[in-house]
Write a protein that binds this ligand. Structure first.
Ligand code: ADP
Ligand code: MG
Length: 406
């Protein structure tokens, strides 16, 4: 007699949902990312009781037509890739069409949406993933999704939820990461009727850090930047004196999405190694931009972990950028990946000789810093840290042994 049985689609859906939707904070993250993907300029997010009772996200994005309003809740339904040629986009951008299906499977959802330029909107209600009503509705252009009673039909999951205050804290942390990842989008966040913050959406990262993380945090931060052909790093790091007792104020963003990365964390901390005691951790808000084909974001269903193709080069880039910021260096480091040519130094102009015809003389320019031989740097030129050829062994072990990021 056969003992193997295939799980029913319903049970399989619930298991899949568990991978994307762990707690209210993961719902919030997915809904906000959808609003950002929909081209929203203004998004309001509201939660009650840590998001367990209610999560409401309203955006002024592209909205959906009546057909898409139903399709978007099907598993593997996405507008963001159409065929296998788009498969690379799954790897690079992480679209899998799973989030809405997963959220709807474990809650009561109401969707109110109107396609931009369309006369009428649609209102859809789902319970445990099943459509219970679908009606035309008057509503503004854009989308509102309300998620109520999360995990009401999965008691096992419900038991793992923490007190409302702890879930609220996790949601707030997720909203902060989303707000910082898109300073060009105005985000308003309310919990239990109280406004926590409201970013202006003017695209300025420093103003966004100020609004979201507070004045005390923002005023001490040092600007950091470094750029190259395929990779750039910018943002803010704290002076060693303002380090903290944990890593909760380390924010890393890759191509507009907040990520966790042990590699980036290690690169940051390595730059502080001589200035911090054990048990103290630097704070940072660092934005990395790199060619999407150099990174795999499809390592985890929630897309928070990534794999860099050229880990050492990325480590080096972050390390050198942070170090330059801590030293107050004026010239941002140039970041190169292996195989990328160093740009040719600008030509050094020679002093014109007396034989040059008068009127044809050009002013004498000092040669650029890079042209100075080692050891003869004039005092005005900031000292450059040599590129680290080898990552310190301890960091290497930490980063490549696959130990969990904290
Ligand atoms: P994915 O984002 O990976 O495509 P989701 O399940 O999160 O998968 O969303 C499914 C689809 O629903 C999206 O591809 C998009 O077309 C549509 N959608 C979801 N949220 C919104 C929104 N706020 N505005 C417009 N369209 C949306
Ligand atoms: Mg999505």
């Amino acid at each position: 007699m056969s003992v193997i049985r295939q799980l029913s689609p319903h049970v399989a859906d619930l298991i899949a949902a568990g991978e994307v939707v762990e707690r209210p904070a993961s719902v919030v993250k997915e809904l906000l990312e959808n609003s950002f993907d929909a081209g929203a300029k203004k998004v309001t997010i509201e939660i009650q009781r840590g998001g367990m009772a209610l999560i409401r996200v309203t955006d002024d994005g592209c909205g959906m037509g009546p057909e898409d309003a139903v399709t978007c809740f099907l598993r593997h339904a996405t507008s963001k890739l159409r065929d296998e040629y788009g498969l690379e986009a799954i790897g690079t951008l992480g679209f899998r069409g799973e989030a809405l299906a997963a959220i709807a499977a474990v809650s009561r959802v109401q969707l109110l949406t109107r396609l931009r330029g369309s006369q009428e909107g649609v209102s859809l209600v789902l319970e445990a993933g099943n459509v219970v009503s679908n009606d035309p509705a008057g509503c503004p252009e854009g989308t509102t999704i309300v998620v109520r009673d999360l995990f009401y039909n999965t008691p096992a999951r419900l038991k793992f939820m923490k007190k409302d205050a702890a879930e609220t804290a996790a949601v707030t942390a997720a909203v902060i990461r989303c707000a910082l990842s898109h300073p060009e989008i105005s985000l308003r966040y309310l919990h239990d009727g109280k406004e926590e913050f409201h970013t202006s959406g003017d695209g300025k990262a420093d103003a966004c850090v100020y609004t979201v993380l507070g004045r005390d945090f923002a005023k001490t931060m040092l600007p950091a930047s470094g750029s190259g052909e395929s990779l750039s790093v910018s943002g803010f790091v704290c002076p060693p004196a303002n380090a903290r007792g944990n890593r909760s104020a380390q924010y890393f963003f890759l191509n507009g999405r907040c990520i966790r990365s042990q590699l980036l964390q290690a690169a940051l901390e390595q730059a502080y190694r001589s200035s911090l005691f054990t048990g103290r951790y630097p704070a940072c808000v660092l934005f990395l931009t790199m060619k999407p084909n150099l990174v795999d974001v499809n390592v985890h269903p929630a897309k928070t972990e990534v794999r860099f193709l050229q880990e050492r080069a990325v480590f080096d880039a972050v390390y050198r950028t942070v170090l330059a910021a801590l030293r107050g260096e004026q010239a941002p480091p140039e970041l190169r990946l292996p195989g990328e040519e160093a740009p040719a130094p600008p030509p050094v102009r020679q002093e014109k000789t007396a034989s040059d015809p008068p009127g044809n003389r050009t002013p004498v320019l000092a040669p650029p810093a890079a042209a100075y031989p080692r050891g003869k740097l004039p005092a005005a030129v900031p000292r450059r840290e040599p590129e680290i050829a080898n990552m310190p062994e301890i960091v290497e072990q930490l980063v490549f042994s696959g130990a969990k990021a904290s």
